[in-house]
Ligand binder design. Sequence first.
Ligand SMILES: NC(=O)c1ccc[n+]([C@@H]2O[C@H](COP(=O)([O-])OP(=O)(O)OC[C@H]3O[C@@H](n4cnc5c(N)ncnc54)[C@H](OP(=O)(O)O)[C@@H]3O)[C@@H](O)[C@H]2O)c1
Length: 323
Amino acid sequence: MWPLAVGVRVPSLAPRTAAPPKEPGARLVFGGRSPDVACFASVSNARDPLREVGRPVFAVLGDPVAHSLSPAMHEAGLRAWGRPGVYVALRVLAEDFATAAAGAFALGLAGLNVTVPHKARALAVAVDASEAARAIGAANTLVRGERGWVAHNTDADGFVAGLGELGIRHVDRVVVLGGGGAARAVVWGLLARGVAGQVTWISRRPSALPAWAGVAARGWSELSGCLPGSDLLVDATSVGMEGGPTAYPIDPDPAVLAPGAAVVDLSYGRHPSALLRRARAAGRRTQDGRAMLLHQGVRAQALWWGDEVPARVVDAMRRALEM
Ligand SMILES: NC(=O)c1ccc[n+]([C@@H]2O[C@H](COP(=O)([O-])OP(=O)(O)OC[C@H]3O[C@@H](n4cnc5c(N)ncnc54)[C@H](OP(=O)(O)O)[C@@H]3O)[C@@H](O)[C@H]2O)c1
């Protein structure tokens, strides 16, 4: 059977344009002869595509997803690890997610990341799930199982590992802004990993937040009473995200946090967010979303390959994020 050629535009791989591989058993080949098409990778529908023909294909599914740094980060890691593999960003509409995930499994994709707005759907389509994914109610990593995708959430431990880069192992009082999927992962990680003594969770709909022990759910009108003396402020809202809202109901003031407090904004972009700029001006330590992105990605690679990710690979992924 002749492989089917499908073009995938992956600018980061442009120098590797070549003829499609002809491995026996390949069902689908990502690639082509157009100068726009930059990579070739064989996908087989075999049980274990990581150890089958050619280069396994990984993908992140989201909408929007064009801004994602995940392809550059993961490909840098794969290269440094000396493992074959291609990682692409695929835009999937909400109504198509279940079909896309099932199709990716049938086509033999080796592993998936899932981002906004599909993380709850990723858990729903999985045949099994980790404790973290179940508790958080969302998955950002899908790993191949015998009968379908197995859902994991590496955001929670990725966030906690990112805090380690700020030297934070334990803090007493944390304020988390936003009640979406990322916020749930952050709050669960802070509590389940024993990092926070007490979490004040701010949402426009505090009654909709999960009633977890150690959490005080509050509305934005109470923010100014919660911030003074807090040790850590985490912005897990979509404010400032590309195509997202541009303003909070009330601007958080980092200057009232405890001396030595840190401010983490889960979003990332070319420039520091307005919140991080204000936090720096107030003398607070800051971190953007790249630290969490790095560490959740390292954990995803470990799950996909069933192997510990070497430090040199983590370093290559970090460099790809310009951290
Ligand atoms: N660095 C990483 O690795 C990483 C990983 C995941 C996510 N993120 C980032 O984290 C952010 C949130 O992602 P997500 O997946 O949680 O998105 P999401 O599920 O859409 O949740 C975003 C939440 O932000 C809050 N929000 C939205 N507009 C707001 C506004 N104008 N004022 C105040 N709050 C507002 C809402 O919470 P309420 O409705 O409860 O108020 C909403 O549920 C995004 O910037 C995303 O890029 C980063």
